[in-house]
Design a protein around this ligand. Structure first.
Ligand code: NAD
Ligand code: LMR
Length: 346
């Protein structure tokens, strides 16, 4: 992540980069849910990216304003604000989801409702499952070759829903469907770096499993030079698993993580785009179709290339402590995955 972070700083402070050859390789990126708590700061960060030539903001409300606002930022990318029906920005732009998606190389989806205190991510299923299903159907119709990055919760179920929708439409490519678990990696890096007295840019924790409570498993045993007490290891593991709840509680009914998620979603997208543009060193955790365990979807380090995931990598040796969590997690994760599959096929 340190490279991507540095690129962001460069992008924000050195506009001349946008008029160099990097802009030529820019891609169209669509954000679905772009007027929301995540969608707006995520769109801002993507507007700064030299890897983006066209930023398409889509939501059921508010995107003309978001796009008009972003369009005053002097970076080389163009920006459009799309609504389901009339009223796009700029007014000359065709409106609707077809215009929003056509030609997109990457579609990032943070559309849907967030948690309030006392809720689990699964409590969002009834509302968000249908939203994700509808949006992914549109992706299948209008940008079947795009990499889809699903942020909407519960990720453990919305990604399997997306896979089933794409299968029904005959365009499923497991290399191009990812659930975004980057925020779990960001949290693990932040927490372990603080505990070690290090700069977070110098740690990169592998976080595997899913994206809800105990299905999130940070592999602290693999962090070089880190040997916490049993008590510290437990506290760091549980804090990473329930980092989302920490934010939901602090926001006291006003939603869940938006700013850190926008940053994490930006990092993930930027790395996908970098790989599309030929970088051969892109490895990041993603929740993808997987045969590493008996859960059909699983987050682990993945290598990315020009067409999405080129290799679902293993997660190496894990400690007895981590294996205990893994054994606990798998039944839950498989249930949440099956719930998504059943919804899409009902
Ligand atoms: P929000 O309510 O602030 O924004 C959601 C946006 O989605 C709204 O602007 C809404 O109008 C839009 N929307 C709803 N239905 C839509 C549709 N059919 N088409 C297009 N847009 C639609 O919520 P938020 O805080 O931005 O969170 C969004 C989602 O992201 C939630 O489900 C939340 O749980 C999830 N989330 C995931 C992670 C992760 O790590 N994967 C982290 C944080 C939040
Ligand atoms: C997070 O991890 O912050 C998100 O999944 C949002 C949530 O509901 O916790």
């Amino acid at each position: 992540f340190s490279l991507a972070s540095r690129r962001l700083v460069n992008a924000a402070t050195n506009n001349s980069r946008f008029f160099s050859s990097t802009a030529v390789m820019g891609k169209k990126v669509a954000v679905l849910g772009a007027a929301g708590g995540i969608g707006q700061p995520l769109s801002l960060l993507l507007k700064l990216s030299p890897n983006v030539s066209e930023l398409s903001c889509y939501d059921i409300v508010g995107t003309p304003g978001v796009a008009a606002d972003l369009s005053h930022i002097p970076t080389a990318s163009s920006v459009t604000g799309n609504l389901p029906a009339a009223g796009s920005w700029p007014p000359s732009h065709n409106t609707g989801i077809e215009a929003a998606l056509t030609g997109a190389s990457v579609v990032v989806i943070p559309a849907g409702v967030p948690r309030k205190p006392g809720m689990t991510r699964d409590d969002l299923f009834n509302t968000n499952a249908g939203i994700v299903k509808g949006l992914v159907e549109a992706c299948a119709d209008f940008c079947p070759d795009a990499v889809l990055a699903i942020i909407s919760n519960p990720v453990n179920s919305t990604v399997p829903i997306a896979a089933e929708v794409l299968k029904k439409k005959g365009v499923y490519n497991p290399k191009k469907l990812c659930g975004v678990t980057t925020l779990d990696v960001c949290r693990a890096n932040t927490f372990v770096a603080a505990s070690m007295g290090k700069d977070p840019k110098d740690v990169n924790v592998t976080v595997i499993g899913g994206h809800a409570g105990i299905t999130i498993l940070p592999l602290f045993s693999q962090v070089p030079g880190f040997s916490p007490s049993d008590e510290d290891r437990e506290a760091l593991t549980v804090r990473t698993q329930f980092g989302g709840d920490e934010v939901v509680k602090a926001k006291a009914g006003a939603g869940s993580a938006t700013l850190s998620m926008a940053y994490a979603g930006y990092l993930f997208t930027e790395e996908v785009l970098r790989a599309m543009n030929g970088a051969d060193d892109v490895v990041q955790c993603a929740f993808v179709e997987s045969s590493l365990t008996d859960a059909p979807f699983f987050s682990s380090p993945c290598k990315f290339g020009p067409d999405g995931v080129t290799e679902v990598m293993g997660f190496g040796e894990i400690s007895a402590y981590e294996q205990k969590w893994m054994d606990q997690m798998l039944p839950d994760l498989k249930k949440q995955i099956q719930k998504g599959i059943d919804f899409a096929n009902q």
